[in-house]
Design a protein around this ligand. Sequence first.
Ligand code: GAR
Length: 196
Amino acid sequence: MKRVAILISGGGSNMVALVESMTGDHPARAVLVASNDPGAGGLAKARAMGIATAAVDHRPFGRDRAAFEAALLEPILAARPDILCLAGFMRVLTPGLVQRFAGRMLNIHPSLLPKYPGLHTHQRALDAGDAEAGCTVHEVTADLDAGPILGQARVPVLPGDSADTLAARVLAAEHRLYPAVLRRFAEGDRNPVLLD
Ligand code: GAR
């Protein structure tokens, strides 16, 4: 059984989708949900599902990213995860931490990478007049949002869409994609999952 730790910064809807998927004959189980924000709504949701949680506020560390990560790493290492899933985790990780989990850290990003790495992905897709949008699960490497792609889900951009309506459509696709990719990844299969 693979042990999965999930890092969040906010509401944690992707985290909930992942945790709920890891039942029955699934080859993985969630062992920890950790956040850089003690107020993250997802922490209470994780606790309600019986998952251990940890919060390490990044703010007192200021610009000392390495010291923040050292503190965050303590509960993560104590949970002995085989796989680390970033699920709406909004801090950029140092190359040192990325290297430590090389080949076993996943991230979900709300665009069809390599299009629109970084922030404001939905507005950028609308501004470009794209006919479709979507989300990507990829392996985390030292380059932001640029690791090997493990899955993508596509959704249409509809007339009259705002960044918010498009984000909601993409988020629903994220909830289908991330569990599908995690399951395949935990089984040792890195072929991309492609969903429409
Ligand atoms: C999701 O849309 C996720 O793709 C995005 O944040 C949202 C988190 O929602 N992640 C990023 O933008 C990472 N750069 P959630 O907390 O409800 O899962």
